[in-house]
Ligand binder design. Structure first.
Ligand code: DOR
Ligand code: ZN
Length: 349
């Protein structure tokens, strides 16, 4: 059994960097782990236009430089936040910008800062989706219905029936990424779908089932959306990530919230994993006996789907004990990484 693993430098195809002091606190962590990342637009106010996305990219570039990251060492790939009022012309501007790689769909009310999201996708956004299909701009989908009558553990499976299937029937050539997939239903849908569909998978959904949220008491740092599911779903995700299909690739969904907002009577959704993302993913692949598939998942399939060049430099992972810090600084506050205080068996060199 080899104790080192060399892979092409990975990318993170789903990342929350926040803004201001929070951005400055976390951006260096992602730059240590990844060469590029798709940056989520759910700021307050949301990043709804190319002008806002370019201004946000400038703030990220400044924060990278303040964090001591060499120019060009980490590339933020920007996204637009889809609303009921997004215009088709904005899609053309995004396509021509060279900076915006995709549009993100948050169903209104589904998650953090989704109030400005879409109320009725096919009813309100037909012209925009038509334009995206035409120019080849991917739609990144938070695939959960927000209907309060639907059980929180069923929201992804119901989304497939109510939204994903009608959407893809109406726009079969639309490029779609089913973000942070969490269920066997989702795995089967993406694996078997016709047309340009892919999915990202987080480290927490590969490593944990929903018992983790309740082990010995309520553990808010294991709470994210979509929520962790049953073991059968975790197993299906591991099979997908480590399997042959090119459609499944890495997206951490690292979503920092200050400690006090997580350890709260109404704790925020999101796991902070940017700090130790590759250590977490490598642990999951090692447990599945599929370290040989880590590079495809982390470094090859993502750029292939996004039609971007693969990275050319390499990174090394070593089999060695790595203690996850109990907390890290977060502006004036602190941030608790996923599985804080626990030990992992791999370390990114
Ligand atoms: O857990 C989550 N946190 N899921 C999301 O969809 C949003 C994210 C955030 O921005 O905090
Ligand atoms: Zn997210």
């Amino acid at each position: 059994m080899s104790d080192t693993l060399s892979i092409i430098r990975p990318d993170d195809w789903h990342l929350h960097l926040r803004d201001g002091p929070a951005l400055r606190a976390v951006v260096g962590d992602s730059a240590k782990q990844f060469a590029r990342a798709v940056i989520m637009p759910n700021l307050k106010p949301p990043v709804t236009t190319v002008a806002l996305a370019l201004a946000y990219r400038d703030r990220i570039t400044t924060a990278l430089s303040e964090a001591g990251v060499a120019p060009g060492a980490f590339t933020p790939l920007m996204t637009l936040y889809l609303t009921d009022n997004t215009s088709a012309d904005e899609i053309d501007r995004a396509h021509e910008s060279g900076a915006v790689v995709a549009v993100k769909l948050y169903p209104a009310g589904a998650t953090t800062n989704s109030d400005a999201g879409v109320s009725d996708l096919l009813g309100c956004c037909g012209a925009v989706i038509e334009r995206m299909q035409r120019v080849g701009m991917p739609l990144l989908i938070h695939g959960e219905v927000a209907d309060p009558a639907v059980d929180v553990f069923d929201r992804e499976a119901v989304f497939i029936e109510r939204v994903m299937k009608p959407l893809r029937k109406a726009y079969p050539e639309l490029r779609v990424v089913f973000e942070h997939l969490t269920t066997k239903d989702g795995v089967e849908y993406v694996r078997d779908a016709q047309g340009p569909v892919a999915a990202t998978i987080t480290a927490q959904h590969l490593l944990y089932n929903r018992n983790a949220i309740f082990q010995g008491g309520v553990r808010p740092h294991w709470y994210c959306l979509p929520i962790l599911k049953r073991e059968v779903h975790r197993q299906a995700l591991v099979e997908a990530a480590t399997g042959d299909s090119p459609r499944f690739f890495l997206g951490t969904d690292s979503a920092p919230h200050a400690r006090g907002l997580k350890e709260n009577a109404c704790g925020c959704a999101g796991c902070y994993t940017a700090l130790h993302a590759m250590e977490l993913y490598t642990t999951a692949f090692d447990r599945a006996g599929r370290l040989d598939r880590l590079e495809a998942f982390a470094s090859l399939r993502g750029p292939d789907f996004y039609r971007l060049p693969r990275n050319t430099t390499r990174v090394t992972l070593r089999r060695e004990a790595y203690g996850i810090p109990h907390e890290v600084p977060y502006g004036d506050d602190t941030l608790v990484p996923l599985a804080a205080g626990e030990s992992l068996g791999w370390r990114l060199a």
